[in-house]
Design a protein around this ligand. Structure first.
Ligand code: ADP
Length: 182
C-alpha cells in the first residue's frame, strides 16, 4: 500500500527494526523487567549487561514495580540516555492480561513524555518467558502506541524493536493493515 505521509503523520513517527535494542541510538530504550527490577534474562539481561552494573543499583532502588507500571533510570553505558524498566504481565488470562499489557506500554510512554524523551524503542514486552501470545501482544503494542501518538506530541518517534524475523513480519503486517507501513 502506498502511504500518504502528509495525510498520516503518525506513520512518520513509527519505526520497525530487527535487532538488539541495546545497540539503538534513541533517547530511551524500554526493557521488559521483572517486579523486583533486579535484572534477569532475555532483553533485560542484555540491557543490564550493556548498561553496566550501575543500572541494577539504580533500578533496584525504584523497586518494586508491579505489572502494568514502569520506572525510569539513566542509561549509563548505553547510548540511550534513559532506560525505562517496564513490567508486563506474566500471561495467565487473556482478558485481564491484555489490559495490563496495554497499561505497561501506556506507563512507559507517559514516563517518556514526562522526561522529554523524543525517541523511544520498545521490545516485544511479555512475549518471551512471560508467555504472552505474540499476535495479541503485537496488536496491543501497536494499538496503545498509535492511540498515544494521536493525542501526544512526545515522544516524537517510537521504534518497535523485534528480535526475531517472525516478530518483525508480524509487526510489519499489522502496521501495513493499519496503513502505517508499506
Ligand atoms: P518477558 O519476560 O517480558 O517475556 P523476555 O526478555 O523474555 O521478556 O522477552 C521479551 C522479548 O524481548 C522477546 O520477544 C525476546 O525475543 C526479545 N528480546 C530478547 N533479547 C532482546 C534484545 N537484546 N533486544 C530486543 N529484544 C530482545
Amino acid at each position: 500500500m502506498e502511504i500518504d505521509h502528509m495525510a498520516n503523520p503518525i506513520a512518520n513517527r513509527i519505526r520497525l527494526v530487527l535487532g538488539d535494542i541495546t545497540t539503538l541510538d534513541c533517547d530511551a530504550v524500554v526493557t521488559a523487567a521483572n517486579a523486583s527490577l533486579c535484572g534477569g534474562g532475555g532483553v533485560d539481561g542484555a540491557v543490564h549487561r550493556a548498561a553496566g552494573p550501575e543500572l541494577v543499583r539504580d533500578s533496584m532502588a525504584l523497586a518494586p514495580c508491579p505489572a502494568g507500571e514502569a520506572r525510569i533510570t539513566e542509561g549509563h553505558r548505553l547510548s540511550a540516555r534513559f532506560v525505562i524498566h517496564a513490567v508486563g504481565p506474566i500471561f495467565r488470562d487473556m482478558t485481564e492480561d491484555k489490559k495490563t499489557l496495554a497499561k505497561t506500554y501506556h506507563s512507559s510512554l507517559s514516563l517518556a513524555a514526562q522526561h522529554d524523551v523524543a525517541s523511544i524503542a520498545f521490545p516485544c514486552i511479555s512475549t518471551g518467558v512471560y508467555g504472552f501470545p505474540a499476535d495479541a501482544a503485537c496488536e496491543i503494542a501497536i494499538e496503545t502506541v498509535t492511540e498515544w501518538l494521536r493525542s501526544n506530541d512526545m515522544p516524537q518517534f517510537v521504534t518497535f524493536c523485534c528480535f526475531s524475523p517472525q516478530d518483525q513480519t508480524r509487526y510489519q503486517k499489522r502496521l501495513s493493515e493499519l496503513g502505517l507501513a508499506e
